[in-house]
Design a protein around this ligand. Structure first.
Ligand code: COA
Ligand code: AMP
Length: 643
């Protein structure tokens, strides 16, 4: 069947379509239905089905002749270590660690928070939770203690798993003090903290609460897979919304396993036994879906790379890993290639490696900007696939479906809706727009399997954020258009979420924090286009009358505040004190105008602006602080004063 027919069937008769795909996985008990609506009216896939995701990812393959195939290559450019696990070895390690967790009282439905760097023990922890039917919540290592504390309080875990440290370039970042600080702040601390010791740092242990990974493994008994319902949660993954409270995206077991297995062939065109590498982090959805679950459910070999695209040790790191492990499908964020392009513009390093195993490059996390696409097209002779999805969907929503029918690429477009997703564009009143016109990107309900059924302990929040705006549709909060040929162009968020180096962050949360500073009267944080990271947050701050502190001091404190409360990953480096903010006559801050002023020479003054004179004031402030288009102005020009 051609792509168009497959897609048409999937949206016109989703029950029939997914009934067929249901057989892609080995159920312990077949679902009694394909789809139903629960008491909230939320859609639930494959009710009545019983399975275990860890069984499907590991035991199933061991039982079917893949025991000796490598399941996971660990390559740490940061710690100069390599390790490999066959499916049998990984299954045995996971079973043993599941025994550890079970010995600590972790049972089906209990939550476990995982705050770890990119080490195999992070993957082992996730799969061990899945084995017990416990719900993991992985928190990205670049988040500060406060963010960890918020997630702990929401999930109320029995156990937290961490490592003694992470490694960022040459910097050792001790995790244990961060965990200790977070647990000081929480109202619901876990009973136990398991610490995986790494040679680069020694963790200080708290008696009675903290336990050593190796000691626990030494005395543990392996645990078996616990059968769970298709609709039981597999994990929670928090993601940024428009406020300071992150949203706990829930993933179920059954729909997730079916969807990921389907995507591995339909979207990524990989076959069991091949090597699939997603250079992301287990703390993000890409890491969950395509470092851990997708490749393993499909019987592929996955690669866990602890390092960066550059400076670990150079801009050839990605090419080296592709060569060393025979990677056939590679997935990363465009920002990583922008970093490589900056350091090795002519891709000299690429020629030092044999990357002939590579069949396709997949990019997501942010829009694949045309210059990066053009550069990649010159450097590589394989298809370059931009594809669009979100933490909420858990797998691609729009892509060039390489395993169904590859299509001609249109630069700047993520190509076509993936089977299962009916993507539409609506105006602000909910009316469909014409082809080629920009509007709000929505997906018609029901969302396919694998997408979030709700938010953790927050059904109202789920309704509010995603279902309320457009009746019968999932609101993606991305804007864009569909052209005459049906190609989907995703142009950016329509809310206060920004994308910094492929990391999703909330400017609303940053504003809340800045607003809590004693000297601040009001502020606006906007995402300014950046050549390397896609966007960078910049704060404009108005001080309270009578504040005696020097603006430079306030600025430094605000930068430190965001770093301490959200984390270094926010990359918040500029808080600019201004006399006032641009507003409409009704008092709404004109954030879009600030963004434009930073990157455009000329802008049309918004007709609703309260006082047009402020345009020049803000432009001067942005220029003085070298924001956006002014980033490369020499520092010794007159207006550099006050920096
Ligand atoms: N633990 C602790 N700190 C972390 C961290 C982690 N896991 N990840 C990032 N940080 C810190 C960094 O050290 C840096 O701190 P600094 O301000 O003190 O230098 C800060 O957070 C910002 O990190 P990052 O966004 O990674 O920027 P960078 O300048 O260190 O590297 C890139 C730039 C482009 C190389 C890097 O962002 C990258 O590899 N991006 C790929 C993104 C990606 O994989 N996204 C996932 C979606 S597919
Ligand atoms: P996250 O939930 O962290 O995966 O971030 C999801 C957001 O990243 C989306 O809502 C988009 O704004 C953006 N995004 C991800 N992939 C793409 C893409 N291929 N094109 C455009 N935007 C993307």
């Amino acid at each position: 069947m051609r792509y168009r027919d497959v897609h048409e069937l999937s949206v016109s008769n989703p029950r029939f379509f997914w009934r067929q795909k249901m057989d892609l996985i080995d159920w312990m008990k077949e679902p009694s239905k394909v789809l139903e609506q629960d008491e909230n009216g939320f859609f639930r896939w494959f009710p009545g089905g019983v399975l275990n995701t860890c069984h499907l990812a590991l035991d199933h393959h061991v039982d079917h002749g893949r025991g000796r195939q490598v399941a996971l290559y660990y390559d740490s450019a940061a710690a100069h270590t390599r390790r490999r696990y066959t499916y049998r070895e990984l299954r045995d390690e996971v079973a043993l660690f599941a025994g550890v967790l079970s010995g600590l009282g972790v049972e089906k439905g209990d939550r476990v928070v995982i705050y770890m760097p990119m080490v195999p023990e992070a993957v082992i922890s996730m799969l061990a939770c899945a084995r017990l039917g416990a719900v993991h919540s992985v928190v990205f290592g670049g988040f500060a203690p406060h963010e960890l504390a918020v997630r702990v309080d929401d999930a109320k875990p029995k156990v937290l798993i961490t490592a003694s440290c992470g490694i960022e370039f040459e910097r050792v970042i001790e995790y244990k003090p961060l965990v200790d600080a977070a647990l000081e702040e929480t109202k619901h601390p876990p009973q136990h903290v398991i610490v995986f010791p790494r040679p680069q740092a020694t963790a200080e242990m708290k008696d009675g609460r903290d336990l050593d990974w190796h000691e626990l493994m030494h005395s543990a008994e392996p645990a078996d897979c616990v059968p769970v319902a298709s609709t039981d949660p597999l994990y929670i993954l928090y993601t940024s919304g428009t406020t300071g409270k992150p949203k706990g995206v829930v993933r179920d077991n059954g729909g997730h396993a079916v969807a990921l297995k389907y995507s591995m062939k339909a979207v990524y065109n990989t076959n069991p036994g091949e090597v699939f590498w997603a250079a992301s982090d287990v703390g993000w959805v890409v890491g969950h879906s395509y470092i851990v679950y997708g490749p393993l459910l499909h019987g592929c070999t996955t690669v866990l790379f602890e390092g960066k695209p550059v400076r670990t040790p150079d801009a050839g790191a990605f090419w080296r890993v592709i060569q060393d492990y025979g990677v056939s499908a590679f997935f990363t964020a465009p920002t990583a290639f922008r970093a490589i392009k900056k350091e090795d513009p002519d891709a000299h390093l690429r020629r030092q490696y044999d990357i002939s195993t590579l069949r396709t490059l997949y990019l997501a996390g942010e829009r694949l900007d045309p210059p990066t696409y053009e550069w990649l097209s010159q450097v590589l002779d394989v298809p370059i696939v931009d594809h669009w999805w979100q933490t909420e969907s858990g797998w691609p929503m729009v892509a060039n479906p390489m395993g169904l029918e590859p299509h001609k690429v249109k630069t700047g477009s993520a190509t076509f809706p993936v089977p299962g997703y009916q993507v539409d564009v609506l105006d602000d009143e909910g009316r469909p727009v014409k082809r080629g016109e920009t509007g709000n990107i929505v997906v018609k309900l029901p969302l396919p399997p694998g997408c979030l059924p709700t938010l953790w302990n927050n059904d109202d929040g789920f309704r509010e954020s995603y279902l309320k705006t457009y009746q019968g549709y999932y609101h993606t909060a991305d804007g864009g258009y569909i052209d005459e040929d049906g190609y989907v162009f995703i142009m950016g968020r329509t809310d206060d979420v920004i994308n910094v180096a492929g990391h999703r962050l909330s400017t609303g949360e940053m504003e809340e924090l800045i607003g809590s500073h004693a000297a601040v009267a009001e502020c606006a944080v906007v995402g300014i286009d950046d050549q390397l990271k896609g966007q960078l947050p910049v704060g404009l701050v108005v001080l309270k009358d009578g504040v005696a502190q020097e603006p430079a001091h306030v600025e430094a404190e605000l930068v430190q505040l965001i770093r301490a409360e959200i984390g270094a990953v926010a990359a918040f480096k500029k808080a600019i004190v201004v006399g006032r903010l641009p507003k409409t006559r009704s008092g709404k801050i004109l954030r879009k105008t600030i963004r434009r002023l930073a990157v455009e020479e000329q802008i049309v003054t918004p007709p609703t602006i309260d006082d047009p004179a402020i345009i020049a004031e803000i432009r001067t402030a942005l220029r003085q602080h070298r924001v956006g288009q002014y980033a490369n102005l020499p520092l010794d020009t007159d207006d550099a004063d006050g920096i």
